[in-house]
Design a binder for this molecule. Structure first.
Ligand code: PHE
Length: 344
C-alpha cells in the first residue's frame, strides 16, 4: 500500500475512534501517538519513497501526527470529565453527615488561662517576653552571682557564649523587662515556656511552662504575699485549701519561701504524692531583693515588692492527678480528649 493511501486510512481511523474505557484511551495512545504506533512507522517508511515526494509526504505525516496528538488530548479531557461526573452521581446525599468534631484546648493552656483569670481578678495584667534571652535579663539583673550553678551548661541551654545568649530558664526574665520599662505600681503575671537542660522523665522535662507573678508598690509586705497566695490556692484547689510557707533560697528574693498546699493523707495515692507528709510544694516566692529593684532602676528605699513563680505542668498534674509529665507533649488524642469538657 502506498504511503498516501495509508495516510488516508489512518486519518479515518483516528476520526472514528470512540473511547469508552481507560483501556480504549490507552489503545489510542499506543496506536497513534506512541513511538511504536502506526504514524511513527510511517516516518521510517519515508526513506523508501521517491526523493522528490519525500518533502511533501513528510509534511503530510507531520500533520497527521498533530491531528492524532490533538485528538488524544481531547479524548483524555472528555474521558476525565465523564468519569468525574459519574463519580459525582454515585454520591448518596441521603446519608447522614459526618459530624464536625471540635478540637479541645490543651490542658496546659486551660490551666494557664485559669491561673491568669484568678490573678486578673485582683488586678494583675499579663506580660510576655522573648524565649531567647541575654545573660542580663535571665541571670545578672536577678542577682545571680557569676558562678551560680544555674549558669552552668548542665542546667542552661546556651545559644551563644561571651556574651551569653540562652534559652530563658524562667519567666523572671520578663519581670525584669517589665520593671525596666514601667513605673510602680506594677502588678503583672508572666506566663510562658521555659527551658532547662534536664533529662526527660515522668517528673522532669527540658521544656515546660511557668507563670510568675510580680507586685511592686509602696509598702508591699510579706503579709500581702501570703494573702495573695492563699487566695490563689483556694481559687485553684478549693475553698478549704490550707497553705504553708517554708524558708527557701532564690538569688532574687529575700526572704525567700516555698509555698506548700495541704493535700491530705487519706489514700495511698495521697501518701505517695506527698511523700508521707500530706503537703505538696507548688511555688517559689519571696520579697524582691533590693539589688534586683536597683538593677531595674526602681528605688528600693521607696518601693518594695514580692514575686512568685510556679510550674503550670505541676499544677495541672496535681489538679488532674496526672502521673507522667510526658503526657503533655506526646499529643496522644486519647489523653487530650479527656480535657474536652472540663471547665476549671
Ligand atoms: N524563678 C523561680 C524558678 O524558676 C521561681 C520564683 C519566682 C521564685 C519568683 C521566687 C520568686 O524556679
Amino acid at each position: 500500500m502506498k504511503i498516501t493511501e495509508k495516510l488516508g486510512e489512518i486519518l479515518h481511523e483516528i476520526e472514528e475512534f470512540k473511547v469508552e474505557t481507560k483501556d480504549h484511551l490507552e489503545q489510542f495512545r499506543t496506536s497513534f501517538v506512541g513511538r511504536k504506533g502506526t504514524i511513527a512507522q510511517l516516518f521510517s517508511e519515508l526513506k523508501e519513497a521517491a526523493p522528490e515526494d519525500r518533502k511533501l509526504l513528510g509534511q503530510q505525516i507531520n500533520k497527521l501526527k498533530n491531528t492524532a496528538q490533538n485528538k488524544f488530548r481531547e479524548l483524555t479531557t472528555e474521558f476525565e470529565a465523564k468519569t468525574e461526573s459519574e463519580a459525582a452521581t454515585q454520591l448518596d446525599f441521603t446519608l447522614p453527615p459526618i459530624p464536625d468534631t471540635l478540637g479541645t484546648v490543651h490542658p496546659i493552656t486551660q490551666v494557664r488561662q485559669r491561673i491568669v483569670q484568678i490573678f486578673e481578678r485582683i488586678g494583675f495584667n499579663v506580660s510576655e517576653g522573648p524565649e531567647i534571652e541575654d545573660d542580663w535579663h535571665n541571670f545578672s539583673a536577678l542577682n545571680f552571682p557569676p558562678n551560680h550553678p544555674a549558669r552552668d551548661m548542665q542546667d542552661t541551654f546556651f545559644i551563644e557564649k561571651n556574651p551569653d545568649i540562652t534559652l530563658r530558664t524562667h519567666t523572671s526574665s520578663v519581670q525584669v523587662r517589665v520593671m525596666e520599662t514601667e513605673k510602680p505600681p506594677i502588678r503583672t503575671l508572666s506566663p510562658g515556656r521555659v527551658f532547662r537542660n534536664e533529662a526527660i522523665s515522668a517528673r522532669a522535662h527540658c521544656i515546660f511552662h511557668q507563670v510568675e507573678g510580680l507586685y511592686v508598690d509602696k509598702n508591699v509586705s510579706f503579709k500581702d504575699l501570703k494573702e495573695t497566695l492563699l487566695y490563689f490556692a483556694k481559687e485553684m484547689f478549693g475553698k478549704e485549701t490550707k497553705i504553708r510557707l517554708r524558708p527557701s533560697y532564690f538569688p532574687f528574693t529575700e526572704p525567700s519561701a516555698e509555698l506548700d498546699i495541704y493535700w491530705g493523707l487519706k489514700t495511698e495515692a495521697d501518701k505517695r504524692i506527698t511523700k508521707g507528709t500530706g503537703w505538696l510544694e507548688i511555688a517559689g516566692c519571696g520579697m524582691i531583693d533590693p539589688n534586683v529593684l536597683e538593677n531595674c532602676n526602681i528605688d528600693p528605699e521607696t518601693y518594695t515588692g514580692f514575686a512568685f513563680g510556679m510550674g503550670i505542668e505541676r499544677i495541672a498534674m496535681l489538679k488532674y492527678q496526672i502521673t507522667d509529665l510526658r503526657n503533655f507533649t506526646e499529643n496522644d488524642v486519647r489523653f487530650l480528649r479527656q480535657f474536652s469538657s472540663i471547665s476549671i
